[in-house]
Write a protein that binds this ligand. Structure first.
Ligand code: F6P
Length: 372
């Protein structure tokens, strides 16, 4: 087999585990084939600008545990609809051919794309144009259909669980209610998992619209039972019955144009006049994606990196690596988007929590309220 030249990029937002995938991919590729790897900086933007760095055992040494991406991230650079300045005006253009010409010029014959749905959609589109592409799914939200788990999720759940524990002790000391906002967009996975692990009293997820009465009822019940403090864990995209999600901001230049934020503050403001306790809120925000990657995510990432190397070695392009029933497998990029996996309900293409599923039942059996 001729020496391969493999380009790697990390698109979308950062997630713990990206560096661990790069780390294992580089090592597995070198052990499986004669190859050279380069990493494009800032996702697809690096491909457009031909801005890359060598990825060797040396340049990827010591990154296994680190969150973020040594290749940096961008969630704004869709090369099929890219901002280009022409005659002093910014216009949207398909510049994918520029990226392809750059790859050809450098002799890059394979592209490994680490990212979520937006990044993988572009990966599919490059595959349609004849590029040898392998996708590796990423998101802390764990809402990608076609794979049972994405790296970053376990780390986020650990961080949220740890923080719920910290907030518990202060809530208990002051006899307060703490409303804690966690990430997840329209999927409640982080909130549900961390809420159970971190002993939240109320869990609010977008898949189960809540009522203020439901939250008040649970807090009053706890008070009457001698527990005058409560933790309410709320997903940023949670929805009040007959209401809509609280939007922080709409940003035009991003595929995820909706920036969530503010639901915890809104609930806290509404809640305080309805109960006898002081109510405070806390937004965990990007803390959930920062710092070191959890051991479970490092292992999952290592498996993804090695499987991606296998696909390259076998010439199985146009595919994304995925985890199904505990096994590393692959799926055509054409089939990745908009499909439910493992029996979850699908909303808008995302893998969301089944309101009648086992985990919700477990939480309810433990006395956790969904305020529905
Ligand atoms: O999709 C991952 C995620 O962390 C969401 O949970 C969150 O809504 C979003 O990204 C935040 O994105 P950004 O960092 O671009 O604000």
């Amino acid at each position: 087999m001729a020496k391969k030249k493999i380009g790697v990029l990390t698109g979308g937002g950062d997630a713990p585990g990206l560096n661990a995938v790069i780390h294992s991919l580089v090592r597995a590729c070198h052990s499986m084939m004669d190859c050279e790897l380069v990493g494009y900086k800032f996702g697809y933007r690096g491909l457009y600008n031909n801005d890359f760095m060598p990825l060797t055992r040396d340049t990827t040494s010591g990154i296994l545990h680190r969150g973020g991406s040594i290749l940096y991230n961008s969630n704004k650079d869709n090369l099929f609809n890219y901002d280009v300045v022409e005659n002093g005006k910014t216009v949207k253009k398909d510049v994918s051919d520029v990226a392809i010409a750059n790859m050809k010029k450098e002799g890059v014959d394979t592209l490994v794309v680490l990212g979520g749905d937006g990044t993988l959609t572009s990966a599919r589109d490059f595959a349609r144009k004849g590029i040898n592409v392998v996708g590796v799914p990423k998101t802390i939200d764990n809402d990608l259909p076609s794979t049972d788990a994405t790296y970053g999720f376990d780390t986020a759940v650990n961080i949220v669980t740890d923080n719920l524990g910290r907030l518990h002790t202060t809530a208990e000391s002051h006899h307060r209610v703490l409303v804690v906002e966690v990430m997840g967009r329209s999927a409640g996975w982080i909130c549900l998992h961390a809420g159970i692990a971190g002993s939240a009293d109320v869990i609010l997820i977008p898949e189960i619209p809540y009522t203020m009465d439901g939250i008040v009822k649970k807090i009053k019940e706890r008070g009457a039972a001698g527990r005058p403090f409560s933790i309410v864990a709320v997903t940023e995209g949670a929805i009040e019955k007959d209401g809509s999600a609280v939007i922080g901001k709409v940003v035009a230049d991003s595929p995820d144009s909706v920036r969530f934020g503010g639901v915890a503050a809104q609930i806290a403001n509404k809640l305080e006049p309805l109960i006898d306790y002081e109510v405070r809120h806390c937004v965990l925000g990007h803390i959930q994606r920062g710092g070191d990657t959890s051991p479970a995510d490092r292992i999952l990432s290592a498996r993804y990196g090695v499987k991606a190397a296998e696909l390259i070695k076998n010439g199985e392009f146009g595919n994304m690596v995925c985890l199904r029933n505990g096994k590393m497998e692959s799926i055509a990029l054409e089939d990745v988007l908009g499909r439910g996996a493992m029996g979850e309900t699908s909303a808008g293409g995302a893998k969301t929590v089944d309101p009648n599923g086992e985990l919700v039942s477990v939480a309810k059996a433990m006395g956790i309220s969904f305020a529905d």
